[in-house]
Design a protein around this ligand. Structure first.
Ligand code: NAP
Ligand code: GDD
Length: 334
């Protein structure tokens, strides 16, 4: 049975990748960090008693800031594939916590790479690289050959991790690949990213639980896909004979205004009556335009996205409406 180790298993992508790999017959191990309250909702539904003979999902304490924990877990698990998804992944927050972001998102990747090189050098490695690395103003589709121009501490850290991954491939012959993923979302998306913030607010407004939605820049454009489609691409990359770097995107770009149209429109609401601009949500430097060209991945291993932008936002809005209904029921019982 193949074994995979996932850092960031409790995050959006970690949870979809866990489901995907378990369905493929993998034994899945995840690194979780200690926190004062346990936040594992995204994987609770697939967790069974780790001591049960049929268990195939195991969690290990570790942290991307702690090399020794990474080496110990790798030595214990001996994985065939390592997916490095852990990060301080919020772009706006990275301006407030630049050093921490550099440590976890940048150096953290180096720590995992170095531990893999020392402990399980034959293991295949996936680095969660980001379209934020392209950053600067461009009005055409971004591909593997587009120069990087990072515009936040987060993006700078991701560029560092990207090049460390390339360097470990070239210097040590490791099977190390970068997936340069454009924004991908789902009902499990963190509530402070713009898609989820919008779909949750639209649902709560519909249920009378909220009356205003404060947002920042409505003019930026993103290439938004569905996280469930994107984790398949991560796995496909590691099945290639040769490691390489691939853009994963839909090839379509939409503005925040279009996102608002679809989410509020789904609930027969006009967003203009509820949205207010709050300067706190603007960034010191913004990435105005992201649009990916995924043709290299399509040619190399046949990956294409299945869920459209409209389907994605409607899926998220519907899921958040159920949550809001539950919240309202709980309130009226209290
Ligand atoms: P996410 O939901 O924010 O999940 C991040 C994960 O990293 C969580 O499991 C978190 O654990 C873990 N983590 C944070 N700091 C850690 C540390 N010091 N040590 C160990 N684990 C730590 O992110 P996501 O959307 O799933 O994204 C997955 C990866 O892809 C990230 O690296 C992100 O930067 C990158 N990426 C995401 C997108 C996107 O659109 N979603 C696009 C391109 C690249 P807790 O649960 O304990 O917080
Ligand atoms: N979060 C947030 N909150 N964003 C807002 C808001 C708001 O209230 N109002 C406007 N925006 C705009 C941001 O300025 C940005 O232009 C856009 O919405 C998307 O913001 P996020 O959803 O926070 O995502 P991101 O594009 O900055 O970063 C995400 O995608 C990257 C890939 O391109 C994250 O998942 C990163 O980890 C990932 O690498």
């Amino acid at each position: 049975m193949p074994k995979a180790l996932i850092t960031g298993i409790t995050g959006q992508d970690g949870s979809y990748l866990t489901e995907f790999l378990l369905a493929k017959g993998y034994e899945v191990h995840g690194i979780v960090r200690r926190s004062s309250s346990i936040a594992r909702e995204r994987i609770d539904h697939v967790r069974v008693d780790e001591h049960h003979p049929s268990a195939r999902l195991f969690l290990h304490y570790g942290d991307l800031a702690d090399s020794s924990s990474l080496g110990n877990v790798l030595a214990e698990v001996q994985p065939d594939e390592v997916y490095n998804l852990a990060a301080q992944s919020h772009v706006r927050v990275s301006f407030d916590n630049p050093e921490y972001t550099a440590d976890v998102t940048g150096l953290g990747a180096l720590r995992v790479l170095e531990a893999v090189r020392r402990v399980v050098p034959k293991s295949r490695f996936y680095q969660a690289s980001s379209s934020e690395m392209f950053g600067g103003v461009q009005n055409e589709a971004q591909s593997e050959s587009t120069p990087f121009h990072p515009r936040s501490p987060y993006a700078v850290a991701k560029v560092y991790a990207y090049w460390q991954t390339v360097n470990y491939r070239e210097a040590y012959g490791m099977h190390a690949s970068n997936g340069i993923l454009f924004n991908h979302e789902s009902p499990r998306r963190g509530e402070s990213f713009v898609t989820r913030k919008v779909t949750l607010a639209a649902a709560r407004i519909k249920m009378g639980l909220q009356d205003t939605l404060f947002l920042g820049n409505l003019d930026s454009r993103r290439d938004w896909g569905f996280a469930g489609d994107y984790v398949e691409a991560m796995w496909m990359m590691l099945q290639q004979e040769k490691a390489d770097d691939f853009v994963i995107a839909t090839g379509e770009t939409h503005s925040i205004r279009e996102l608002l149209d679809v989410a509020f429109g789904r609930l027969d609401l006009d967003w203009k009556a509820y949205v207010k601009i709050d300067p706190r949500y603007f960034r010191p430097s913004e990435v105005d335009f992201l649009l990916g060209d995924p043709s290299k991945a399509r040619k190399a291993f046949g990956w294409t996205p299945k869920v459209t932008f409209k389907q994605l936002i409607e899926m998220m809005t519907d899921a958040d409406l159920k949550l809001a209904e539950r919240e309202l029921r709980a309130k009226s019982r209290a």
